[in-house]
Design a protein around this ligand. Structure first.
Ligand SMILES: [Zn+2]
Length: 231
């Protein structure tokens, strides 16, 4: 026979497990005991990692068996990176980060659609990331295609046209300027679109719980330039 106090304990635990908040929880909290990383700290980590990469001093951190096994229980990436799908711009490499560090969304031209925004919302709202970097790069084929297609008043083949359409505002706002200007305009446009994306990202930005920054990667030097100071 269990003692009354033991029964009460069991009852209390049962009630906690059955509480509405537990039933409606979006996802169990990450089980990795890592405190949330502020945007300022996240940015500092990325800058330090890129400095290592650009100078040829990669440390390939947190990529071993121990890290892999620890992460099986859950993830808590400290930053989101929306990057171009270009094979020369993998964020984990050029920021010298490891497994579980970055939540990466990649699409040619680093543009956004609902699925990309949903992925970013998930990383921010469920996983606790407080920094989103919109990472474009010089000599971006997607941006070049968008410029050429617009200039020729043509259409790109297949679904490539949807990427061209997404980059078009940057093309239009930089007519008469070079491709670098279009690339940067696109990075800034996407950044602004994410900052004002209702309801999740916009509210987080307004509450000071999310920072979105545009950045540009130089293929040759390996350096990432952040286009504006973090707010
Ligand atoms: Zn690209």
């Amino acid at each position: 026979m269990k003692s009354p106090s033991r029964l009460l304990n069991i009852l209390a635990v049962s009630l906690i497990l059955l509480a509405p908040s537990a039933l409606t929880a979006k996802e169990p909290a990450p089980t990795i005991a890592v405190p949330a990383v502020t945007a300022t700290e996240a940015l500092a980590r990325l800058k330090a990692g890129n400095t290592r990469f650009a100078s040829g001093d990669l440390t390939l951190p947190r990529q071993g068996v121990e890290r892999r096994e620890a992460l099986a229980a859950g993830q808590r990436p400290f930053a989101v990176v929306l990057a171009c799908a270009d094979s020369r711009t993998p964020p984990e490499v050029l920021f010298d980060q490891g497994l579980g560090d970055l939540f990466v969304v990649r699409v040619a031209g680093n543009v956004i659609n609902d699925e990309a925004i949903g992925s970013i919302e998930y990383a921010v709202d469920h996983l606790g990331a407080q920094l989103v970097v919109v990472l474009g790069h010089d000599r971006c084929g997607a941006v070049t295609a968008a410029r050429d297609t617009f200039a020729a008043k043509a259409k790109a083949p297949g679904h490539i046209q949807s990427i061209v359409n997404a980059i078009r505002p940057a093309v239009k706002s930089t007519l008469g300027e070079n491709a670098d200007a279009t690339i940067r305009a696109n990075e800034r446009n996407v950044t602004q679109a994410l900052r004002s994306s209702a309801p999740i990202l916009k509210e987080k930005v307004k509450a000071g719980k999310l920072t979105v920054v545009p950045a540009n990667y130089d293929l040759k030097s390996g350096r990432v330039e952040f286009l504006e100071p973090a707010k």
